[in-house]
Design a protein around this ligand. Sequence first.
Ligand SMILES: C[S@@+](CC[C@H](N)C(=O)[O-])C[C@H]1O[C@@H](n2cnc3c(N)ncnc32)[C@H](O)[C@@H]1O
Length: 539
Amino acid sequence: MPLPAQLLQHPRCPAAGPSGRGVCGHTTARARSRPRHAGAWRPREVSTTSTTTPRASRHGGGCSSSSGGGRGVRSRSGPRTGRGSSGPSQQQERRTAPAVPVTPVIEEGPVEVPALGWMWQAGSSSSSGDKGDALSRPMPTAAATVANLYEDRIKAKKSLGQNFMMDDTILRDIVAAAGVGPGDLVLEVGPGTGNLTKHLLSAGARVTAVEKDDTLYGRLGQEYAHVPELELVNGDAVKVGLEDIIRHMVEQDLRAQKQQQQQQLGQAQQQPTSSVSSSSSSPSATSFEPDAASSPAPPAAPAPAPAPAPASAAAAAAAATAAAAATPKPPAPKRVKVVANLPYNITKDLLQLLLPLGDLVSDLHIMIQHEAGERLTERTPGGREWRAANIRTLFYCRPKYRFRISRFKYDPVPGVDGALVTFALRPPAARPVVPSEQGLLELVDKAFSERRKKMRNSLTPLYGSQEVETALAACGLNVDARAQDLTLEQFVALSWQLHRQRVGELLAVRGPRRPEAKAADAEAGGGRRGPKAGSARSK
Ligand SMILES: C[S@@+](CC[C@H](N)C(=O)[O-])C[C@H]1O[C@@H](n2cnc3c(N)ncnc32)[C@H](O)[C@@H]1O
């Protein structure tokens, strides 16, 4: 685990974990021998003085040993709009700040663990447009922010799956793989120390993050209090009502987009008006200039030409089209991206919650256990790893295994490696057509519940054995098939066939239906019909 030079393993650190690899990121004995911060992490204070030396910029707020009596990085930045004023020296500093890449500033000499909150100082918001300031400020590494937790004697909670990512390169890779860019809406589950959050924010996303741990939520809340791009929710992501939260994100953004569009329209309307009014105040001034120079008497202004009537209906249509093109389209709702280093114990529940939300969510990019990632992205039936979760996943999305992540990049070190997996969600209209989504999922769950049994036996609580055999045969499948032999398409065909058989039975009992009921049915079905029996051949 590469660490900044000054963040060597603390020899007595219990958090070094079983690996003993020094991933805890604690400070060296030298650094710790200095007066410990009253709290290495504090609510962010806004100082309007500019007294910071580069060294002091590493100190947390309130550290008695830091020059300027406050967090260097804060005092240096000056306020963002509405939060105090920046003195001339600060402005000068801002102008001259070199636009270096966002990398940790490694300094010589004794250092403290950098305080959390590397960039969200006044003037650093993406909305402020003042990037130079943010970029010139030291950014604590992911490892350092974790070390900061331990400095405050906060231990990682196993029950909450707290294995913090320690490698900024991986965090950047995740954000890049997720294609997060300016203006994107991102839901993060389990921000923890904010390690991933800060990379999402620095990519320009608006982030809503749900954290269950009260302590970590409290720390983030104070640190990012003045960051409008981040909204924090305290709660269990599985129970907090994620769908409502996501819907709210989309609606809020849509309102903001509409407001922005109206403002732009207002500005655009003002501009042509002023140019028209200036030209009308000195009509044809430019065109008459040469004549004015050669003749004392200005020529008479030509009579205004009558507005040309549209030569034809085609011209009128063209004019209407041009007018329509000039009218901006109303903004479209954005779909949300979910990016998270998930606690492994809630992966399954969260996927069940999020995969069906393809109308609101475009894709999930989640760090999960490597083995779980391999299983969920399996596409070939027949193996022991082919499960109900594969069918469900493929029904709702296209899963893709992106890259493996060594367990030694986390602290504490978990028992297994991680992986980044992407799930590109299908909007509801792009999913396979089935008689009932719930019915298909029940059929799949039941079929896999006793995977070693033949389906004509495992499905018996839902369907009779003969009924299943008939349906399998009608779909061109082996009547002895087991759940693990079938693809998603074959399950879809089977569910249609079973549905048809049931409807047929009902009709046989009730007798033929009246034509008007059939017509009503056809209308309700919207023309979306299932595949014909026999269209799904067994492999
Ligand atoms: C694996 S850590 C990831 C932390 C951080 N994002 C990182 O990459 O270092 C998982 C985070 O999820 C939080 N968490 C655990 N269970 C949760 C739940 N049910 N709802 C929301 N957050 C949860 C933990 O407190 C922890 O902060």
